[in-house]
Ligand binder design. Structure first.
Ligand SMILES: [Zn+2]
Length: 481
């Protein structure tokens, strides 16, 4: 199946996005696509200082030339993260108050407004956002359009994340990164000629974000096995059937080869479609992303700056590949289910553990609340482990087929230009090890570490990753440059 056929099929399962064009030299189609979905409405091209010059101006001219009433809003600074202030700025710009938006962007005494009060009454007078930029600009336009009860057109300039086509926007609000519910763009116009010229570290970050779907898929298979989140076939097949192929040219990604960049962007977009089909982020992330969430929540910086989502996820992904390498060596056909059930803690014990662990964490109740959501009692654990024991040889094969070895993944990241050691994002191996208990507990979603706890191999499993000869051997700590 070629790319066009894959995309046509994917558009059948995507619930929000109705149009996805991925080809070289296609910016000139912006007016045609705009009119297809928003005929008669005003357009507002939203860009950052950099992306205005890269593609924003061309899109603006194209819309104007077609007779579409068009304005522009260009953010003055490089946007590393989407902040709530930027959402309010975009909201004002879509209202039509461009001067007010600029004043707000520059207001030194700005204070965050109430997220609940950002919704506007419906009106055809608002402009329609035409987002030209990377993930941040896209997220701002996504949420702001939702506040106006309307959809938008996204024109990405980098293959940096899978968020272009996903449901929800990731925004810093009240000092914490939060995901706000909002529909994905109705149309995506992706010009490979623009995307291939994005800074290399953005593209390699996107490669790692796509590679995360390898261990995330394996953890979904585990959640399916215990029945907490069954695999949704349409959401699984839309990406996982092609994922190996789409990851197969890391050198091409590093070199900015159009075919490789096209495959990468397609994979990231299909991942968003998978989330649309599943109505959750389950197809796209599990523990691989939680390491990144911890770094965000604890305001981790490297060389004075936050590290990109994809770079953080690269380290989480490698770590989870190492976890699976060890997990798949256990012989669970010999599991002593009675012993595991007898050792299984009560919910109260688990909540106490969570409270102690998260005591000094920015969200002290996070583990406590998550464990309450995902705790299962001893009887359920017995049935989960009985199933695992019965099907282990076959299930182990399926998992091994799904998840790459640590070595293979690390080799791909080296070739793609993504980080392949935690020191490369300013994290020590010791710090990474300390994140494990948080990763296991911080989300309601069932993960491989939960299963390892039930099987009484959790400590051995985590130790092996950091032991002599392990993926992140603590005695081989690389210096942080
Ligand atoms: Zn991601």
């Amino acid at each position: 199946m070629n790319s066009k056929e894959r995309i046509a099929k994917a558009l059948e399962v995507s619930t929000d996005t109705k149009y996805f064009d991925l080809e070289q030299n296609c910016l000139h189609k912006a007016s045609e696509v705009f009119n297809k979905f928003f005929s008669g409405r005003k357009a507002l091209v939203v860009a950052s200082y950099e992306t205005w010059g890269i593609a924003g101006e061309k899109v603006y001219e194209c819309l104007k030339a077609a007779g579409i009433p068009t304005e522009k809003y260009v953010f003055d600074e490089t946007l590393l993260h989407a902040l709530w202030r930027d959402v309010e700025v975009a909201d004002k710009a879509l209202d039509g108050d461009l001067a007010g938006a600029k004043a707000l962007e520059e207001d030194p005494s700005y204070q965050e407004g109430d997220a609940q009060k950002a919704f506007r009454p419906a009106s055809n007078e608002y402009s329609i956002a035409v987002s030209v930029g990377s993930g941040v600009i896209n997220d701002l336009c996504k949420l702001s359009s939702h506040h106006h009860g309307q959809r938008y057109l996204s024109i990405p300039t980098a293959a940096s994340v899978d968020g272009f086509s996903s449901f929800g926007a990731s925004i810093s609000y009240h000092n914490a990164k939060q995901t706000f519910d909002c529909p994905a763009p109705i149309a995506l116009l992706a010009d490979v000629d623009i995307i291939k010229d994005a800074p290399k570290e953005m593209t390699s970050a996107g490669y790692a974000d796509l590679a995360a779907k390898i261990p995330a898929g394996a953890e979904w298979m585990i959640a399916d096995l215990v029945g907490t989140e069954p695999i949704i076939p349409s959401a699984w097949h839309v990406l996982q059937d092609y994922l190996n192929d789409l990851l197969s040219d890391p050198e091409g990604v590093a070199e900015g080869k159009p075919e490789a960049i096209s495959d990468l962007f397609e994979g990231l977009t299909l991942s968003g479609f998978a989330m649309q089909a599943a109505k959750s982020s389950r197809p796209a992330s599990c523990c691989d992303h939680l390491f990144s969430h911890i770094l965000d929540m604890t305001d981790h910086t490297y060389h004075g700056k936050p590290t990109s989502h994809g770079f953080q996820v690269a380290i989480g992904t490698l770590t989870m590949c190492a976890v699976f390498d060890k997990f798949l060596t256990y012989d669970f056909t010999k599991l002593n289910v009675d012993e595991c059930v007898a050792a299984w803690p009560t919910l109260e014990q688990e909540q106490e553990r969570a409270l102690k662990l998260f005591k000094d964490f920015p969200a002290p109740k996070l583990g406590y609340e998550s464990i309450a959501k995902k705790y299962t009692d001893a009887d359920s654990v017995r049935s989960e482990l009985t199933t695992l024991k019965a099907i282990w040889p076959e299930f182990r094969k399926k998992l091994r087929n799904q998840v790459y070895s640590f070595k293979k993944m690390q080799d791909l990241f080296k070739k793609a230009g993504a980080p392949y050691d935690p020191s490369m994002i300013g994290v020590t191996r010791h710090e990474l090890r300390d994140m494990f208990p948080f990763v296991q507990l911080m989300r309601w979603r069932f993960n491989v570490l939960d299963l390892a706890k039930r099987c009484m191999v959790y400590d051995d499993l985590v130790d092996s990753v950091f032991a002599q000869g392990g993926a992140w051997d603590l005695n081989e700590e690389l210096p942080i440059k």
